[in-house]
Design a protein around this ligand. Structure first.
Ligand code: BDP
Length: 672
């Protein structure tokens, strides 16, 4: 089976490729290559300036390049005003000419893909001069790809789309065509950084920093033309495991010298290398705690080595004790990131980016926004999302996450209209969902999550439903053969609300987890983590369920928020229903804002959730014959599994809570 074009099939270039296009400026080879291919296919003409002929439909030009050959482009330059910046572009249309100006080749490439999104409208509708710029400066994907196959986690940790596109069985794949195609897809949604190996760094992966650096350089060379910089996950113990030093203590002079030299060598090979990603003192990874040092000491050590070369260190805030005593209720994993990092605010060097998971626990389908994001004004912050669907159905379930991310980005920590999470963070990072699967993401519809991540990182205020529409339009959808109106309506009906549907049939009211540890977080196991040391509990008994995180009687976690939210979350009367069990332990007959009791809500949402998945499957079946057959079958088969799995969730959750509470369903549906 060939690799699917995802959101850049040749057809999406029709409007652009059938015009007379002038490309102007130096170093714009990627744009030129895209335009040349599009025109060759769709009958247009490409010109490269300088050329005397001003008779064109579209000008793509670097703003500073002189002379601008076409009067319309000169006028556009005058009208453009302030420079669009490193990655921005200015689009305008006057008379019969569409003009796109940028300051850099990458800005021009982003502009070109913007034109592809606009399609025919870019050439028919008068566009007022408009400057486009990304809201966030770095938009990054972390690949949790192992070079060597990990005995438990496989080639890609939490990967559900086949093997890695970079590595196979301990070596680089050198599949440069595939990596190039990936670079195109990412550039088309504005992603400008990737990290190419797992945050849990094994012995082979550690060597990417030193004797295996050529493999990283090869990837960087292929992605550079698409404006993407490559980063590496490194182990904090590198000076010991690679350098043969007796210690990795951040205050040790030899350790500092080792990082400085090693980093210099990286930059000699990869001049635009992005920097390091570090998971330290977390889930068994080494870190500064072993030497009695703080995470600021640890992060600053690497930042100091990277600073002369313009690199950054992404230091992950996912630090907690995974050997807790479940019987001791005074510890709470949700508190950990704040407790570890907030006291260090102001101590990090300016090229440290603290990478904070969106919620305080671990990529759950519903969690409150991490309070760390509102508590470190003197630190550069990135919010970390999970595009790979570890806890949201593992790319066997349809779960469009755009609405969830949009909610997280729009959260207002101080309850004032002007400052959202998107205003506080300087970047957005996500764990990738891509593998060597022909549809890229295992589930063809999971491509929409990758697409939405990039688009929301570029502009967090975009409406996620409109973003989905863009994706449908550009993919048409992947492999569709006709009746796009019907296909579009059906995809919206299936996907728009699919995250909330997933939430309905899984763990209720924000309590989280309840996933099966043995099946790697897939499917239900209500008590799967209840008596383990990982620190994710629901405390269900015959009287009630939920975690008391109030200051008065619970773990005090709610007190980590600015006063407004602390009050809302602590108050049983005000706490939003969807987070009730995250913050409170309540009896089963507690009445929600919705008017339902907790127990009846559990039953109702689980029955509704499954019915909705059955409807999704029905809707999909009605598209038979309208889509590429392989794609149709892939989705159909996954929807069968989603129905099976959702039913399993419903039955286990409902039965569990019926047996604990003894309260029957008000509507008499079968629960055993
Ligand atoms: C957890 C995953 C684990 C990751 C960890 C992390 O289960 O595989 O290593 O996150 O973010 O959710 O480091």
């Amino acid at each position: 089976m060939s690799v699917h074009a995802a959101w850049l099939p040749a057809e999406s270039f029709v409007a652009l490729g059938s015009r007379r296009v002038l490309v102007h400026g130096d170093g714009v080879d990627t744009v030129l290559d895209e335009v040349t291919r599009a025109c060759a296919r769709h009958g247009g003409q490409v010109r490269r300036s300088p050329c005397g002929d001003a008779d064109v439909d579209l000008v793509l030009a670097l703003r500073q390049a002189v002379p601008l050959p076409v009067p319309a482009a000169q006028a556009a330059r005058q009208a453009a005003g302030e420079p669009p910046g490193d990655e921005g572009f200015v689009l305008t249309r006057s008379g019969d000419v569409t003009v796109l100006l940028a300051d850099t080749p990458t800005g021009l490439l982003y502009g070109l893909f913007h034109l592809v999104r606009l399609g025919a409208a870019a050439f028919t509708v008068d566009q007022p001069t408009r400057r486009h710029r990304p809201a966030l400066r770095r938009r990054m994907l972390d690949h949790w790809d192992n070079v060597s196959v990990h005995p438990v986690m496989g080639q890609v940790e939490r990967g559900y789309a086949g093997g890695s596109i970079f590595w196979r069985d301990g070596a680089a794949r050198h599949d440069l065509a595939r990596i190039r195609e990936y670079g195109r897809l990412l550039a088309a949604v504005g992603i400008n950084a990737i990290s190419v190996n797992n945050v849990n760094v094994g012995p082979v992966e550690a060597r990417l920093l030193t004797d295996r650096l050529d493999d990283v350089a090869e990837i960087a060379d292929v992605l550079r033309p698409y404006g993407i910089r490559v980063h590496l996950s490194v182990t904090f113990a590198a000076p010991v495991v690679l350098g043969g030093l007796p210690t990795a203590d951040p205050r040790d002079e030899q350790v500092r010298a080792w990082w400085a030299t090693t980093t210099r060598q990286v930059y000699e090979r990869i001049g635009d290398f992005g920097g390091y990603v570090v998971k330290a003192d977390s889930e068994g990874q080494p870190g500064p705690f072993s030497y009695g040092r703080s995470h600021a000491d640890g992060a600053n050590l690497l930042a100091e080595a990277l600073a002369p070369h313009g690199g950054v260190v992404h230091w992950r805030a996912f630090v907690y004790n995974h050997h807790q005593d479940w019987r001791d209720r005074s510890t709470d994993r949700a508190r950990a990131a704040y407790d570890h990092f907030v006291p260090l605010d102001g101590d990090f060097r300016t090229n440290v980016v603290l990478q904070v998971k969106y919620g305080p626990v671990d990529f759950q389908p519903r969690e409150p926004v991490s309070p760390v994001l509102a508590a470190m004004p003197a630190t550069r912050l990135a919010m970390e999302l999970q595009v790979t669907q570890e806890y949201t159905g593992q790319q066997r379930h349809v779960c469009y996450l755009g609405p969830w991310w949009s909610e997280l980005l729009g959260f207002r920590p101080w309850q004032t209209p002007e400052r959202t999470v998107a205003d506080v963070v300087t970047e957005l990072v996500a764990v990738s969902n891509v593998g060597d699967d022909p549809f890229w993401c295992g589930h063809p519809l999971a491509q929409a999550n990758l697409y939405a991540f990039g688009r929301l990182a570029w502009d967090p205020r975009l409406d996620p439903t409109a973003v989905l529409d863009e994706w449908i339009d550009l993919t048409s959808p992947p492999g569709s053969t006709g009746d796009t109106g019907r296909v579009r309506a059906t995809l919206h009906a299936i996907m728009d609300d699919s995250w909330r549907t997933y939430e309905r049939y899984t763990a209720p009211l924000g309590v989280g987890f309840m996933v099966d540890p043995l099946r790697h977080h897939y499917g239900p196991n209500v008590d799967g983590y209840e008596y383990s040391r990982w620190g994710t509990y629901h405390f269900a008994d015959r009287d009630g369920v939920g975690v008391d995180r109030t200051r008065a009687t619970g773990t005090g976690y709610a007190g980590q928020y600015p006063p407004g939210w602390a009050q809302v979350y602590e108050s049983l009367a005000d706490c939003p229903d969807e987070l009730l069990l995250f913050f409170h332990h309540v009896p089963y007959d507690h009445v929600l804002h919705s008017g339902s009791t907790v127990i009846q809500h559990i039953y109702d949402t689980h029955f509704t959730g499954v019915a909705q998945v059955e409807t999704m499957r029905e809707r999909w079946r009605q598209l038979a014959g309208l889509l590429d057959q392989a794609l149709f079958e892939r989705v159909a088969e996954r929807l069968d599994e989603q129905v099976r799995s959702a039913t399993e969730w419903r039955d286990q959750i409902n039965t569990y809570f019926f047996r604990k509470s003894g309260v029957p369903d008000a509507h008499g549906r079968p629960i055993h």
